[in-house]
Design a protein around this ligand. Structure first.
Ligand code: NAP
Ligand code: MG
Length: 515
C-alpha cells in the first residue's frame, strides 16, 4: 500500500529516446488502423451491424478503428448485467479494489507511448497534450486508490454511553459513466475508476469520436485484475442509447462530463422515477465553461500574454478550462494584445503526429462547422485580429483566431465555442473586469494577473469560478493539488481529483448496537 500521492511527471520529449519511442508507438497504432472493437457486456463480446467510425481528425481518410454501436436492447442489457453483478463486486474490500487501480496505473506507465499515440491519432492531441492526458489518467488511478483506503476505514463517530456506534461507507449501485472526447483517457478513466474503486459496477458509454482509447482503458483495467462483468464497455450514439442508460430503473447513478445542453437533459431525465425504480438517482454533471483571464493594469504583460495564448490555443481551445475570453484593463490592452497576437501568429498548425505541431485539428466536421459559424459571428461582433477561417491540410484544421474590442454580452463573449477562438474585451478598471468575468451563466476556471495582493484577495472573494488561478494560465489543473469542477452552468462542482470526490459514489451506513 502506498502512503503518499505524487503527481505523475509529464514528458517534454526533449530526450531523443522518448521521441523515438513516441514515433514507433505512433507507427504501431497506425498499423492497427481499421481494427474492429466489440461491445462487452458481462464479459461477452457483441459485434453489431451499425458501427462507429473513429476518424483521425488530422487526416480524415484514416479510420483509427470501428467500434460496435449499441442497440437499445444492448444498452438495456448492459444496465441489467451491471445490476446483477453489483452485489458480488460491492462485497470486495476497498483495499482489494485499490490494488487494481495501482496495477492499472503501472500498466498505463508501461503502455504510455501507445496511449499517447492513440490520442494523437484519434483525438488530434499534440504529443505534449496527449502525454499530459495519460499522466492525468495515471494520477486518477493512483489518487483514487489512495483515497479509497481512507474511505474504507470506519468513519469517526463519538459513541453514546452504553452503545457501540459505527458509520461506514458502502457502494451505491450501477453507475452509468458518460465522458466527453476531449480528455478521452483522463476523464474517462477518472469517472470510471472512481465508480469501480468505491465498489460500484459500471456501464461505460465512451464519447463517439474516441471509442478506441476508451477500449484501451477497458483492456488495461482487466489486465490489472478487474473481474469480467463489473465494467461494461458500451459505445453508442449518446442520442440513440443515452436515454435508455440514464432513464433505466436499475441505474443508480450517472457520472457525466460534457456539454451543458446534454448535462441539463441528463439531469432532467434522471430525476424522473421510472416504473420499478426504488431510488432517486444521483447525478454528477460537469459541463461547459466560458473561462476568462483578467489582466489588471499592474499585471505582468509578458507572462499574461503567454498564459492567454497557451490557455486559449492549447489543444485547439477544446478544453473546458480553455481561456475563451481575455478581459484587459484599458491601460494595458494594446500592450497585451500586441504580444498575444504576435505569439498566436507564430503557432504552428499541423497534424498532431508531427512533434513540431503546436495546434492540431478540431475533433469533428460538425465541431469545425460550428466553430467556423462562430468565427463569422465574431467578424460582426468584434475586430478580427488574426485567423478567422480554415487552415490547410487533410483534416479539420482551423486558424487560431482572435477577436478584439468585443463588447461584454456579445455572443462570442457568452457562448461556449469550444475551439481556437479567443474573444478580447476592454475593461474600464479592475472592478469592471471582475464584473465582466462573472457575467456569464458559467463558472468553471479563471485567472487574474496582478502584482497587487489586495486585488488578488478581491478576486479570491468575488471571481465566482470553481478553479481560480493567480498569475498563471487557467488550464492544466493537477489531480490532488487543484481539485477540478465548476459553478453554475459549469456543473455540479464535483471536484474531480479532490478529497470529496469518492464520497459522491458512496453512501454512509450507521449501525448502533446496545452494549
Ligand atoms: P457532449 O456532446 O455533451 O457529449 C458528452 C457525452 O455525452 C458523450 O459521450 C455523448 O455521446 C454523450 N451524450 C450525448 N447526448 C446524450 C444523451 N442524450 N444522453 C446521454 N448521453 C449523451 O460533449 P463533448 O462534445 O463530448 O465534450 C465537450 C464538452 O464537454 C464541452 O462543453 C466541455 O466544456 C465539456 N467538458 C467539461 C469538463 C468539466 O470538467 N467541466 C471537462 C471536459 C469537457 P456521443 O459522443 O455519442 O454524442
Ligand atoms: Mg476521431
Amino acid at each position: 500500500m502506498k502512503l503518499a500521492f505524487v503527481n505523475e511527471p509529464v514528458n517534454s520529449f526533449v530526450n531523443p529516446v522518448d521521441r523515438e519511442a513516441q514515433i514507433k508507438a505512433i507507427e504501431a497504432v497506425e498499423a492497427s488502423f481499421g481494427k474492429r472493437y466489440p461491445i462487452v457486456i458481462g464479459g461477452q463480446e457483441f459485434f453489431t451491424d451499425k458501427e462507429i467510425k473513429s476518424i483521425n481528425p488530422s487526416d480524415t481518410s484514416q479510420v483509427v478503428g470501428l467500434a460496435a454501436s449499441a442497440t437499445p436492447e444492448l444498452a438495456d442489457k448492459a444496465v441489467k448485467v451491471a445490476y446483477e453483478n453489483f452485489p458480488a463486486w460491492s462485497q470486495t474490500s476497498f483495499a482489494e479494489r485499490a490494488r487494481i487501480l495501482w496495477r492499472a496505473a503501472s500498466i498505463m506507465r508501461k503502455r504510455r507511448f501507445e496511449l499517447n499515440a492513440t490520442m494523437i491519432l484519434e483525438a488530434g492531441k499534440t504529443w505534449i497534450e496527449a502525454d499530459a492526458d495519460t499522466a492525468e489518467a495515471i494520477d486518477f488511478c493512483e489518487f483514487y486508490a489512495h483515497e479509497a483506503i481512507r474511505y474504507g476505514q470506519p468513519q469517526p463517530v463519538i459513541p453514546t454511553a452504553g452503545e457501540d456506534d459505527e458509520m461506514t461507507y458502502i457502494p451505491i449501485g450501477p453507475v452509468v459513466v458518460i465522458p466527453p472526447w476531449n480528455f478521452p483517457l483522463a476523464i474517462t478513466a477518472g469517472m470510471t475508476v472512481a465508480a469501480l474503486v468505491t465498489g460500484n459496477t459500471v456501464v461505460l458509454k465512451p464519447a463517439s469520436p474516441t471509442p478506441v482509447i476508451a477500449w484501451k482503458l477497458f483492456e488495461i483495467l482487466h489486465e490489472a485484475g478487474l473481474p469480467s462483468g463489473v465494467l461494461q464497455y458500451v459505445p453508442g450514439s449518446g442520442g440513440a442509447v443515452g436515454d435508455i442508460l440514464v432513464g433505466h430503473p436499475l441505474t443508480r447513478m450517472v457520472a457525466f462530463t460534457g456539454s451543458m445542453d446534454v448535462g441539463i437533459h441528463i439531469n432532467a431525465l434522471a430525476a424522473k422515477v421510472a416504473p420499478g425504480q426504488i431510488w432517486l438517482k444521483r447525478v454528477i454533471a460537469e459541463m461547459g465553461g466560458k473561462d476568462a483571464i483578467i489582466v489588471a493594469d499592474d499585471g505582468n504583460i509578458k507572462e499574461a500574454a503567454a498564459a492567454i495564448t497557451a490557455s486559449a490555443f492549447g489543444f485547439q481551445g477544446q478544453k473546458c478550462s480553455a481561456c475563451s475570453r481575455a478581459i484587459l484593463d484599458a491601460a494595458i490592452y494594446d500592450d497585451v494584445m500586441a504580444e498575444v497576437v504576435a505569439a498566436t501568429k507564430k503557432l504552428k498548425v499541423g497534424p498532431a503526429k508531427d512533434p513540431n505541431s503546436q495546434v492540431g485539428p478540431v475533433i469533428t466536421e460538425s465541431a469545425m462547422n460550428s466553430i467556423l459559424g462562430y468565427m463569422e459571428i465574431g467578424k460582426k461582433e468584434g475586430k478580427l485580429l488574426c485567423g478567422g477561417g480554415r487552415a490547410d491540410g487533410p483534416g479539420y484544421f482551423l486558424q487560431p483566431t482572435i477577436f478584439g474590442d468585443v463588447p461584454a454580452g456579445a455572443r462570442i463573449e457568452q457562448e461556449e465555442i469550444f475551439g481556437p477562438v479567443l474573444s478580447v474585451t476592454k475593461a474600464d478598471n479592475y472592478d469592471h473586469a471582475i464584473q465582466i468575468a462573472n457575467g456569464t451563466i458559467y463558472g468553471l476556471t479563471g485567472a487574474v494577473f496582478s502584482r497587487s495582493q489586495a486585488r488578488l484577495e478581491q478576486a479570491r472573494r468575488d471571481f465566482h469560478v470553481g478553479n481560480l488561478y493567480f498569475n498563471r494560465k487557467c488550464t492544466g489543473a493537477l489531480v490532488c493539488a487543484q481539485p477540478f469542477g465548476g459553478f453554475n452552468m459549469s456543473g455540479t462542482d464535483s471536484k474531480a481529483g479532490g478529497g470529496d470526490y469518492l464520497l459522491l459514489f458512496l453512501q454512509a451506513k450507521t449501525v448502533c448496537q446496545k452494549l
